[in-house]
Design a protein around this ligand. Sequence first.
Ligand code: C2E
Ligand code: CA
Ligand code: CA
Length: 512
Amino acid sequence: MPLTVKPRRSRNIRIILTVICGLLPILLGLAILHMQAQRALQQSSRQTAAEALKQFELMLDSTAAAARELLPLSGRRCSEVQLALREQVTRRPFVRSTNLVWDNNLYCSSLFGDYREAVNPGDYAGGQLWLMNGNPVTPDTALLVYRLSEGRLGALTTLDGYHLSNMLRLIGRETLLALRVGDHWLSADGKVHAGEPPHLPVAPTRLTSQRYRFVVESGYPTGETWRYMADEYPPLFSLLVFFGAIASALGHFLQKRASSPSVEMQRALEAGEFIPYFQPVIHGASKSWAGAEVLMRWNHPKEGLVRPDLFIPFAEHSGLIVPMTRSLMQQTAALLAPLSASFTQPFHIGINITASHCHDLALVADCREFLDAFKPGSVSLVLELTERELIEPTQVTRQLFEQLHGLGVMIAIDDFGTGHSSLGYLRQFNVDFLKIDQSFVAMIGIDTLSGHLLDSIIELAAKLDLRTVAEGVETTGQSDYLTAHGVNFLQGYLFARPMPALEFMNALAAIK
Ligand code: C2E
Ligand code: CA
Ligand code: CA
């Protein structure tokens, strides 16, 4: 059944698609937030490194200025210049000690006065800066030595590593920062390490000073991007979950809609899958073919031929029954109109209509188009409206039935006896035919009460001058009874079952 039972597999696929719909905006949003977090960290890492570089340059400016001022004193006796050396230490911020060098030999120090120590320019990055892990005065305390030399003259000024590591700590509170001089580097804990600083996987930045021989490196450890996102974006996460829920609900709704009966039937209508079957209608007296009732079948590509009671209710509910009936009438006209010249008397063609057809006057145009396809007077079009869903008499319905009668179209009350139509009702709509429901026919000779009911229906029809069709005639007993009681037309398996167009046309050609 194409409209009721859905295969299990497609249900699972629908669930998977719904989940994907929900996850897609969440994953996409996370990817965008991840990129955004990386950019923010990159920017912060750059800013931190730039700030540290600026501060270190300012500190070194002070040490370099002290060295510049002392350089001309190089070569003079230590006792003469020692005061000048101490004055620089006192006056200049960050300067821890000052020293004079002659011919690469340190000979005078602000701390010790006369002193002897060889200076190896190779220890200094670019001959200028040396990052030491302490000296004999303060072992294990980082020290940055600035060297200035001109010919045999030389001055060394030192910067306490405490200021440097303090700066690394203060500026790089969120970042990992390192000061690199030559093949040594200083970490924020004040330790000097040999070799390369460890690689920082997130937002690694390296800034080289243009004025002094040092480099600042900054970055973040693994997982920092997710940590940053968790700290900064919780409201956006909630928003993503919200969008995810909306997207999955939308996905679910669209899938449901796409697999809904009306969408499936709309597709089938466009694909021409609703086709007419024909069941002959027989003259009660002569038993010759008087015409046929057109019965709809759904030629479903997967399910095969589908019975009308499985899809007509959906078609009525969605209003698609109107275009479906139109298509059925057009197909019937195209099939039978070429034969209409050979019809010796008006060929009875029964078309089933529903209450949805009675909401406007569109049916009039459909019937006119149908009749125009045939030789005038060669067919008698009978619209069958089931008694089970009787329509309300309104201005529109009265107009509709009047105009239909004007075209020569006849109205039959289908399944008569199963509903509650009153005499007034039958008169109001100017009904032409009563189609006696199969349940009464089936009871002929079996149930006396049903027999009485059948007789009174036939009598009523005769009194109102309505013609009768008996449906569901399956036995000769039934057929004989109905004929004997003056029923005009018979229809049922006894004569023929509903058949496809080609079979019906062949049978029709054979009896002509
Ligand atoms: P219905 O209009 O009362 O049509 C008669 C039904 O009785 C048909 O079933 C027909 O095949 C079946 N029938 C005919 N002779 C016998 C018989 O001797 N014994 C038995 N047991 N059944 C017999 P079908 O074709 O399955 O149609 C069922 C119903 O679907 C129709 O009942 C009608 O209400 C609806 N239908 C069919 N085609 C259309 C259509 O084009 N439009 C609308 N609105 N409804 C349709
Ligand atoms: Ca019918
Ligand atoms: Ca019927």
